[in-house]
Design a protein around this ligand. Structure first.
Ligand code: MG
Length: 374
């Protein structure tokens, strides 16, 4: 080896060391070493529903909510926790949880893989409160980068799915009226799980041939009766059945899955990433909701895993403002079905964001999650 060549290799080795060290900030600007002065604020908000909302297990006219803001560098990121009471969170529990979140202890607000697991570890449960922080951080980061999240994730905003419009359990007259009001929607989602199931479907079929998805919300307890109902639904233009039986009745759901003529979608059976593998084989797909799964980042991971397992993906919501709906909508080009009508069901939406145009989820061309506070 000539001396020149040895000298060249030596210099190349040093350059390699520099290249390895540079991303860690040793040879680059020290911005990662500055203190993060991100502030977190939160305040309770009560969503007023346009109609009393009844499902198999409960009925209500309002939904407790918490708005979260993070602020740094003059940019505010918005997040939201929607907490239907039957899920166990409240404005008090969210306040207690959010009071323990200190974003300033993390040196870089972009390091979601450091920040979000640490927030998750503050206390078990509290998925909606955790989602509010996740959404606010995503909104802030997207605004700081000047890009909407669908773009950061490499998604095509033209590929958003149709969204269903939900018709709760009600009398025939109200169901008929709501079906007429929902004529812009190309899919209807019908709540089942009580003894009025056939009446609900037949009433809607008197009005329209629009495809129907159904959600029993764990309301069917007997697997033979559940199978008979699903076989009947399959003759009525129904696309799939969500959560036919209680999540504890795993063997019955598996039995039903082997025989069902319609796809079965897990909702209450699937909360977070670790649940996806558990329900593989007993459901054909999963319903992902930000308020169940702690936010956008975990939802993205759940979609990736569900796809790898060959499962269908539905994106759902609670009654929410356009804040959390717009956050979910950023992921929607990855979903087979969306049920993102939560903001349409409330009277006092605090945000302008993703909309529903001709029954299709429509993303605004704005950075972050795409919302403006009204
Ligand atoms: Mg459901």
């Amino acid at each position: 080896m000539s001396i020149d060549r040895r000298s060249f290799l030596h210099r190349a080795a040093l350059a390699g060391v520099a290249a390895v060290l540079a991303p860690r900030g040793i040879f680059s600007s020290p911005t990662h070493l500055t203190v993060n002065d991100m502030k977190l604020r939160f305040y309770p908000y009560t969503l007023e529903l346009k109609h009393t909302f009844t499902i198999a297990t409960s009925s209500r006219t309002t939904t407790p909510d918490m708005i979260v803001e993070v602020e740094k560098d003059g940019i505010i990121g918005y997040g939201e926790a929607s907490m239907p009471p039957y899920l166990g969170e409240s404005q008090d529990s969210a306040s207690a949880f959010l009071g323990k979140v200190d974003l300033a202890r993390f040196p870089d607000p972009f390091q979601f893989e450091e920040i979000l697991p640490a927030i998750d570890a503050i206390a078990p449960g509290n998925p909606a409160a955790k989602a509010a922080v996740d959404i606010a951080l995503h909104d802030w980061a997207g605004k700081k980068l000047g890009a909407p999240w669908y773009r950061i994730w490499g998604l095509n905003p033209a590929k958003t799915p149709l969204t269903s419009f939900t018709i709760g359990i009600d009398t025939a007259d109200v169901v008929r009226q709501k079906t007429k009001e929902a004529e812009i929607y190309k899919i209807l989602k019908v709540k089942l799980g009580r003894d009025t199931d056939k009446m609900m479907i037949e009433t809607i079929r008197e009005v329209t041939d629009t495809p129907i998805t159904t959600d029993a919300n764990q309301g069917w307890k007997n697997r033979d009766e559940a199978l008979k109902m699903i076989e009947w639904l399959a003759t009525k233009g129904v696309v799939f059945v969500e959560q036919p039986m209680p999540k504890e009745q795993v063997d019955d759901i598996a039995w039903l899955h082997e025989r069902s003529p319609l796809p079965l979608i897990g909702d209450e059976s699937v909360q977070r990433l670790a649940d996806v593998k558990k329900v593989h084989g007993i459901f054909d797909g999963i319903n992902i909701k930000l308020m169940k799964c702690t936010g956008m980042r975990e939802a993205y991971k759940m979609i990736t895993l569900a796809r790898a397992l060959g499962m269908k993906v539905m994106l759902g919501c609670m009654t929410e403002t356009s804040c959390a709906i717009s956050a979910a909508a950023q992921l929607s080009p990855l979903a087979d079905w969306a049920d993102l009508d939560g903001a349409v069901l409330i009277k006092n939406d605090l945000f302008d964001g993703a909309t529903i145009v001709d029954g299709k989820v429509t993303l605004p061309d704005r950075p972050g999650i795409g919302v403006i506070k009204r």
